[in-house]
Design a protein around this ligand. Structure first.
Ligand code: NAP
Ligand code: G4F
Length: 343
């Protein structure tokens, strides 16, 4: 059987690290691209990274950056992967309003650079390519969103990812590449970046209980998201590349909750019932029993444009890939809280 070699861009991120572990268990040789950084940025994969001097290493890291074509083409030429998972991105929506040009360079043109490297190296017959597309591309399109819903991105991040999505489809059609996309809705877990709202809430609760933080400051509480668990979603990425032909798939849970509800459930898991009073920037979340305030609003967390409601239909993935989410919303929050309370 042909050896399976995966190259993961964004291996140091939430999804990249979970996918690396998943593929190692499936006996893949795994290569990852990491950026040079002035301090360690491999915490999420330290537990699987062995000294290369040990016998039989299975995980290899290479320096590179999606904004640097020479590093991309050189790594692909050297590794000759059978599967590439393009997970690297400036992935924070709010940050994309402050760094729109960089976000376009890394997220949109970065994807083009990989596709061009595969084409120029004449490896299109031997490499399957996965693009990390996102529900953020739907922007203002109301739910439920599926593979055929209009895409109306509402952020520089969404617009950059939409370019990446379409250029992937274009290379599939023009050059007959095995180039697929997963349109993933929000997915979280204990290794989620600390500035995304889910992790900010669970870390905030842990810090408040340990008296390291007084309040949790948030922005728009009334946006709805379809939140799944990252462990379920990396399985879907792999299934997408094992399918007989390249295609596009929505990966979601089909259920959505508001940020407000996320807060209420998270606090209830540590025995605190949150009530709300006040309006707009003056709104607070507090415990009626003790009159203690826990949540305050800060205008700096509001975005120039908001995506109000994401809720995906994963019917196609269920029917074609036999994929469905396994981990329940509350179970996922509990896992995140447990980790943050332990740390
Ligand atoms: P993440 O935790 O923010 O990880 C992003 C990864 O990309 C990190 O390894 C980061 O490296 C790397 N990276 C950023 N800019 C880069 C560049 N210019 N060159 C090379 N590497 C770069 O994101 P995630 O949550 O794992 O998401 C994975 C992918 O799925 C992203 O493309 C994201 O946009 C997309 N997505 C995520 C979700 C979600 O809910 N999580 C939903 C839909 C789509 P450092 O560690 O050095 O920063
Ligand atoms: O957690 P978020 O920052 O995630 P967002 O913007 O939905 O983006 C995430 O999911 C996308 C998939 O749809 C990915 F493509 C993307 O890479 C990323 O992983 O914000 C969720 C919601 C937003 O409506 C935001 O306005 O929470 C609201 N929110 C309210 N207060 C906040 C805060 N978001 C953050 N980050 N911080 C707050 O204080």
């Amino acid at each position: 059987m042909k050896k399976k070699i995966a190259l993961i861009t964004g291996i140091t991120g939430q999804d990249g690290s979970i996918l690396a572990k998943f593929l190692l268990k499936k006996n893949y040789e795994v290569h990852g691209i990491k950026r040079r950084s002035s301090s360690f940025n491999t915490q999420r994969i330290d537990d699987i990274y062995n000294d290369l001097h040990e016998p039989n290493p299975k995980l290899f890291l290479h320096y590179g950056d999606l904004t640097d074509f020479s590093s991309i083409i050189n790594v692909i030429k050297k590794v000759k992967p059978t599967e590439i998972y393009n997970l690297a991105a400036q992935s924070h929506v709010q940050v994309s309003f402050e760094t729109p040009e960089y976000t376009a360079n890394a997220d949109a043109i970065g994807t083009l650079r990989i596709l061009e490297a595969i084409r120029i190296l004449n490896l299109k017959k031997s490499i399957k390519f996965y693009q990390a597309s996102t529900s953020e591309m739907y922007g203002t399109t109301p739910p439920p969103q599926d593979e055929n819903s209009p895409m109306k991105p509402a952020s520089p991040y969404g617009a950059a990812k939409l370019y990446a999505h379409w250029i992937t489809k274009n290379y599939r059609t023009s050059y007959k590449m095995f180039a697929s996309t997963g349109i993933l809705f929000n997915h979280e877990g204990p290794s989620r970046g600390e500035t995304f709202v889910s992790r900010k809430i669970t870390m905030g609760i842990a810090n408040i209980l340990k008296k390291k933080q007084k309040y949790l400051y948030l922005g728009n509480l009334d946006a709805f998201r379809d939140w799944g668990d990252a462990r379920d979603y990396v399985k879907a990425m792999w299934k997408i590349l094992q399918y007989k032909k390249p295609d596009d798939f929505v990966i979601a849970t089909g259920k959505s909750y508001s940020v407000r509800k996320f807060v209420e459930i998270s606090f209830s898991l540590v025995g605190i019932k949150i009530s709300w009073k006040g309006k707009g920037l003056k709104e607070i979340g507090y415990d009626k029993k003790t009159n203690r305030t826990y949540i305050r609003i800060d205008s700096k967390y509001f975005r120039p444009q908001e995506v109000d409601h994401l809720r995906g239909s994963f019917k196609k993935a269920k029917k074609t890939l036999d994929w469905k989410p396994q981990i329940k919303f509350e179970e996922m929050i509990k896992d995140m809280l447990d980790k943050d309370l332990k740390n």
